[in-house]
Design a protein around this ligand. Structure first.
Ligand SMILES: *Cc1c(COP(=O)(O)O)cnc(C)c1O
Length: 411
C-alpha cells in the first residue's frame, strides 16, 4: 500500500512548492512517534492543562429509562476549551516546538478549531493567524472574540462563497508563502498525508483511556461505541481503542440535517449522496455535484457541516468495520433535552448526534451489555442555537433587551 493511503482513500495532493515542508513534517512526526518520551510529554501536558484522563460516566438514569444496554458517556466535554479538539491542537503544538517554528495558521468554519488553536498558540508563545469565511466571522462572533483576545489575528476571507472552503484556500496560500516559519494546524483527520494519521494518533488518547476505563467499571468490552462524525477525529479517537476487537461494533453518526430527501444534510457515508473525489489535498467521499463542484451542506451542529470525511473512516466504512447512521436536526434536539434532564449533562449539538443513535439502539440490547457514547464536546457554546430551537421566550427577551442596551449606548 502506498504511504498515506487507506485502501483507496487518502493520499497527499499538494503543490510542489510544499513538498519540502511535507517532507520535514513527515520526518518530525515519524521521529516523535518512535520516541516514547514524546508521548509521555503529551500525556503529561494533557493531564496538567486539559483535565485528562477525562472520566467515563455511567448514565444510570438514561440506562434505566431506555431499558436494555447500560449507557456510558466518555466525557471529552471536560477538556480545556470544551471539546476533544484540545487533544489534537496541543499535540501539534508539541510538534511545532520540535520543528522550531514560530507561527501557526489554521482555517475554521464554526470557530471551535480556531479557538483551540489560538489557545495552544497563547500557551506556547506562537504567533497565530486564523482564516475564516467572512460569513462565518459574522455568524460566530463569540468565537472570533475569544480568538482575538487569545492573541490571534482573524482574517475574514471574502473570496468565493465566503465560507470554510474559501478559508482553506487562503490558509494554504499563506502556508506556501511562509512555510519556513509556519505550521498549518489541521483541525481533523482529513487533508493530505500525514495529517489524517497525525490527528488520529493524537486523538487515540481517548480510545486508550476508555478501553481501560470500561474494563475497570464494567468488566468486559462494550457491545457498541457511538461517535458523531464531522471530519471524523473524535470518532477515530475513540474507535482506535477497539479496532482490533471485532466483537465491538463501531457506529459513526453523521448530520442528517433536515432529512436525506431535503438535500440539506452532511451525510457522506450513511447516505447515497456522496461520491469519490479529490479535493483539499486528499481523496475521499465528497458531497459534490456531477461536475465535481462541492455542494452546500447543512446541520444544526456547525462542527458536522463538512463536505468531506476522513479517508481512514472511508476505508473502515468500505471494509465494513464501522457502521454509519445519520441523525436529523429534530432528533438531535430531542436527545439533547433528554440527556440534559436525565443526567444533568449538556452535550454539544455535534455530540448529541451520537446520543440519538445510541438511544435508538439501547433498548434492543441485553442488560448485561454496555454501550459507550463519545461526548465530543459541551453544549454551552450552543446556547444561541439551542435556546432559539426551543423557542424560549425569556431568552428572546434577553437578546432583545441586550440589543436595545447597545443601541442606546448605555452599555
Ligand atoms: C469539531 C467538533 C466535532 C466534529 O469534528 P470531528 O473531527 O468529526 O470530531 C464534533 N464535536 C465537537 C464538540 C466539535 O467541536
Amino acid at each position: 500500500m502506498k504511504p498515506g493511503y487507506y485502501g483507496n482513500w487518502g493520499g497527499a495532493f499538494v503543490p510542489e512548492v510544499l513538498h519540502e515542508t511535507f517532507r520535514q513534517l513527515n520526518q518530525v512526526f515519524a521521529a516523535a512517534k518512535a520516541d516514547p518520551s514524546f508521548w509521555r510529554q503529551y500525556v503529561e501536558l494533557m493531564g496538567s492543562y486539559s483535565c485528562r484522563p477525562t472520566p467515563l460516566t455511567y448514565a444510570e438514569n438514561l440506562s434505566r429509562r431506555l431499558g436494555g444496554a447500560q449507557i456510558f458517556i466518555k466525557r471529552e466535554d471536560l477538556n480545556h476549551t470544551g471539546a476533544h479538539k484540545a487533544n489534537n491542537v496541543m499535540g501539534q503544538g508539541l510538534l511545532v516546538q520540535r520543528m522550531g517554528k514560530s507561527r501557526v495558521i489554521a482555517e475554521t468554519g464554526a470557530g471551535q478549531h480556531g479557538v483551540a488553536t489560538a489557545t495552544m498558540a497563547a500557551k506556547f508563545g506562537l504567533a497565530c493567524t486564523i482564516y475564516m469565511g467572512e460569513e462565518d466571522v459574522q455568524r460566530q462572533r463569540p468565537n472570533v472574540f475569544w480568538m482575538e483576545k487569545l492573541g490571534a489575528t482573524v482574517v475574514p476571507v471574502t473570496s468565493g462563497s465566503r465560507t470554510l472552503k474559501d478559508a482553506i484556500n487562503e490558509a494554504f496560500r499563506d502556508w506556501v508563502a511562509n512555510m519556513d516559519t509556519t505550521h498549518y494546524v489541521m483541525g481533523t483527520v482529513c487533508g493530505p498525508h500525514p495529517f489524517p494519521e497525525m490527528v488520529a494518533w493524537f486523538q487515540k488518547i481517548i480510545g486508550d483511556e476508555v478501553r481501560e476505563q470500561i474494563l475497570a467499571v464494567h468488566g468486559s468490552l462494550p457491545a457498541r461505541v457511538y461517535a458523531c462524525v464531522g471530519g471524523g477525529s473524535n470518532a477515530m479517537g475513540i474507535f482506535q481503542g477497539f479496532l482490533a476487537d471485532r466483537e465491538v461494533e463501531l457506529v459513526g453518526v453523521e448530520a442528517g440535517g433536515k432529512g436525506l430527501a431535503s438535500g440539506q444534510h452532511a451525510t457522506r457515508l450513511s447516505g447515497s449522496d456522496a461520491s469519490p473525489g479529490v479535493a483539499q489535498g486528499y481523496k475521499t467521499m465528497f458531497l459534490q455535484d456531477d461536475d465535481g463542484q462541492m455542494r452546500d451542506t447543512h446541520s444544526v451542529a456547525a462542527g458536522l457541516d463538512y463536505i468531506g470525511v476522513s479517508p481512514i473512516l472511508a476505508n473502515l466504512w468500505e471494509l465494513g468495520r464501522v457502521r454509519f447512521a445519520a441523525a436529523t436536526d429534530a432528533e438531535v434536539m430531542e436527545a439533547l433535552e433528554l440527556t440534559i434532564r436525565s443526567e444533568g449533562i449538556i452535550p454539544a449539538l455535534e455530540s448529541a448526534h451520537a446520543f440519538v443513535q445510541a438511544f435508538k439502539e439501547a433498548g434492543s440490547l441485553p442488560r448485561e451489555a454496555a454501550i459507550i457514547v463519545n461526548q465530543s464536546g459541551r453544549g454551552d457554546k450552543d446556547i444561541f442555537t439551542i435556546a432559539h430551537a426551543f423557542n424560549d421566550p425569556s431568552w428572546q427577551e434577553f437578546i432583545r433587551a441586550k440589543g436595545e442596551e447597545y443601541a442606546r449606548g448605555t452599555k
